[in-house]
Design a protein. Sequence first.
Length: 218
Amino acid sequence: RVVPACQESIPFEFEASRTAKVLVVDDSAFQRRLVGEILRERTEWEVCFASGAEHAFAQVSREQPDVILTDLVMPGLDGLELLRLNSERLPEVPIILMTCFGSEDVALKALSAGAASYIPKVHLRRDLVETVNNVLSVTVSTRRRRSAVQCLKVRESSYELDNEIRLISPLIRLIGEDLDEFGGLDRSSMIRTGVALHEALTNACHHGNLEITSEARD
């Protein structure tokens, strides 16, 4: 049962009517200029630049970009450190890594750490615009979903497992995803909730439905 009650939209919502803003982070002036030229030649996106991670955070607060394109290897804070700090400060802004030849393994690790995508620099002219456009499309969809979630006032779900023990873990993951999306619980509380649900549902199946005693189960 869902009762909608939208009051306001998320401030960071990116609407299709607004020009996308891309922040390019690279310590090389030549690379910044190259990426900017490619984007401006093929899109109407607004492009801004930062010469390093520290400069990027100052730019983010001022420019409010919709996506960040960053070099992976930079002096001082590199692209991975920028990714980590950004996930703590502005997780709603996706980061795309630009990698040199031979750094794809590192980029794959970065994807598992939260990077939206990566582009080998040798393929910038071929893949840059398409990759950024794909990430922006997903970002818009995600933010609109979050806006819709903010409208949610009441939600009730009912599940019937019978004695399907194998479905307990998938169900808990499903419930966990909902809790994570709606917010309100930190990671530690999420884990404790999942463990408690698993124990409760397992006991309900074994001791309730099947009437198996603890001794017999052991």
